[in-house]
Write a new protein. Structure first.
Length: 91
């Protein structure tokens, strides 16, 4: 992305940039900024639809999402158990 594409069409790299962002994440928004500067409506393109983290379940970014969701699920389960216990105690 930092090299001058010279005579090459820079638009051809956008699907690959979107795939990398989906697979590895983009916490600083660098990939999104590059895509926005190169093609302002990239989110309306078909490559954007298919290059989402959910489509790459084994990717590092997806693993992070699964870990966060699992931790959230554990907290919700503990909260439900505590709420149920309190309900039983108050009845």
């Amino acid at each position: 992305m930092r090299l001058n594409p010279k005579t090459e069409d820079v638009l051809e790299i956008l699907p690959h940039v979107a795939a990398v962002a989906a697979a590895y994440g983009d916490p600083k928004g660098l990939y999104a900024d590059f895509m926005r500067k190169t093609m302002f409506d990239y989110q309306s393109k078909s490559f954007w639809l298919y290059d989402q983290t959910g489509a790459l379940p084994s990717s590092p970014a997806a693993q992070n999402i699964h870990k966060r969701a699992s931790a959230l699920g554990d907290r919700i389960s503990r909260t439900n158990v505590l709420s149920s216990a309190l309900l039983v105690l108050t009845v």
